[in-house]
Design a protein around this ligand. Structure first.
Ligand code: ZN
Length: 463
């Protein structure tokens, strides 16, 4: 590292303890949107963290639901960067699987362990530290910065679209840095140019009778079989969805997007490590697997329950059966239309014996074109900060309400962050590596100092 990058890196290491303290401060309180644990105080504590690094903060509640924490550093500059994060976390259960308590951040082997370490308080902390770093090193932040930090991402962001409707003006910006991202197992930074949409629903099969002795199964309908029959009609064994019209609106990706899939180094070994040697749905080559993972929709069963599932045997003919499904959407697909297609399919196959209950209305997918200058800026600065060439994926396989930025604000949006393959997000022992955290701070600082020259003139003078 040389020049400004080297100088910033030196200062980050000098302020290492302070930056770890900003991180552990955010990780020391619960903020579980699913159960409400800690949510009463969380927004105020996040606002305090923003003020600490010099941002003006405001807590909004006019959209309904948990508060949005807004932060701003407005210096009337010639560019504005919107930064999206969330302060809510997943429930820490099962608690007994944690090596240290989830809301007492603990450092082991160069990693910080706590619920939210990666998803998403660690990413937020790195971005706050980047501002502190620049104010400390050059006395200013050469860009208008806006922080949007919501409290409902982990429960599907049900009120965020209303916040966007209410505050379109406030949100206006030249580009948006999205909440997440990380490094591949080989340490190369991962950058995502989109996120899938989602629709989450339940299937209910019930009979108007009580549970019966299972001997009645010879002549009486079993809702568990009704449900299993229906589920097997939804998807074939290769993963292809069999619902009529399901793929009709899937947009064909452009050649620039397809070209991103050429970069598959490390991808195949990573997915095999995750899925197990024999765990993949197909033997497709890596490029096609990556295509399916990032550019195609899918339907997944999250849970099935019916009858007796305790220890030992109980002969019973259950009166009801349930399944929970998530459907990941890609650009072109609208959640309300997909819901109609699913309802029609369920009605036709089950003859009305299974009903569809959407848990919320979901949201569509988002995508930013690889040709956007902001993509190149995030990528070039990542290479400087991590000393390795980044891997750019057209979309994350997961979902997020990014469409509000790309489709409502019409602003390019790129995700980059500080996680890695050991981060265990949504699981016990969530963690981040301290090295990645510090490099993440550098990455965001480099995006900020190079933003205006790059977006206006295509140059990165401060690398
Ligand atoms: Zn999450």
């Amino acid at each position: 590292m040389s020049g400004i990058t080297g100088e910033l890196w030196r200062r980050i290491n000098e302020k290492r303890e302070e930056y770890l303290e900003i991180l552990t401060g955010l990780l020391s309180f619960p903020s579980v949107s699913a159960t409400g644990e800690g949510m009463g105080e969380a927004a105020g504590r996040v606002a305090e963290a923003l003020e600490r690094v010099g941002l003006r903060s405001e807590v909004f509640t006019d959209h309904g639901g948990y508060p949005v924490v807004w932060g701003e550093l407005r210096e009337e500059r010639h560019g504005t960067l919107l930064i999206y994060n969330h302060y809510d976390v997943q429930p820490p259960d099962p608690l007994e699987k944690w090596a240290s308590p989830p809301f007492q951040p603990t450092i082991r082997n160069g990693r910080v362990y706590a619920r939210g370490a990666c998803d998403n308080k660690g990413n937020l902390a790195a971005r706050l530290c980047a501002l502190d770093l620049l104010l400390d090193a050059i006395g200013e932040v050469p860009l208008n910065i806006k922080f949007l930090i919501e409290g409902e991402e982990e429960i599907g962001s049900p009120h965020l679209s209303r916040f966007f409707q209410n505050h379109k003006e406030l949100l206006s910006s030249d580009a948006c840095l999205w909440e997440m991202g990380g490094a591949s197992p080989s340490g190369r930074p991962l950058i995502y140019l989109g996120a899938k949409g989602i629709l989450y629903l339940e299937l209910h099969a019930s009979e108007k009778r009580a549970d019966l002795h299972s001997s009645w199964g010879a002549i009486v309908r079993n809702p568990a079989f009704e449900l299993v029959h229906l589920l097997s009609s939804i998807r074939d064994r290769s993963g292809r969805v069999l619902i009529e019209g399901f793929y009709d609106d899937v947009q064909t990706p452009d050649s620039e997007t397809i070209a991103l899939l050429e970069e598959t180094s490390g991808f195949e070994s990573e997915v095999r490590a995750i899925a197990g040697e024999d765990g993949l749905l197909s033997n497709k080559p890596a490029k096609e697997l990556l295509y399916d993972l990032t550019l195609m929709p899918c339907i997944n069963i999250c849970g099935i329950y019916s009858g007796y599932t305790g220890q030992g045997s109980k002969t019973v003919l259950p009166s009801s059966a349930f399944a929970k499904l998530d459907i990941r959407l890609v650009p072109g697909m609208r959640p309300e239309k997909v819901l109609e297609l699913v309802k029609n399919h369920v009605e036709r196959v089950s003859g009305g014996r299974v009903s569809v209950v959407p848990l919320d209305m979901g949201y569509p997918a988002a995508r930013t074109s690889p040709g956007e200058p902001f993509v190149e800026l995030v990528s070039k600065t990542a290479e400087s900060a991590f000393n390795l060439k980044p891997i750019i994926y057209p979309s994350a396989a997961g979902s997020g309400p990014m469409y509000l930025v790309t489709d409502i604000l019409r602003t390019p949006c790129v995700a980059a962050g500080i996680g890695d393959h050991q981060s265990n997000i949504h699981a016990p022992d969530e963690s981040i590596s301290i090295e990645n955290y510090l490099r993440g701070i550098l990455h965001v600082a480099l995006i900020i100092v190079n933003f205006v020259p790059f977006m206006r003139g295509g140059v990165t003078p401060y690398l």
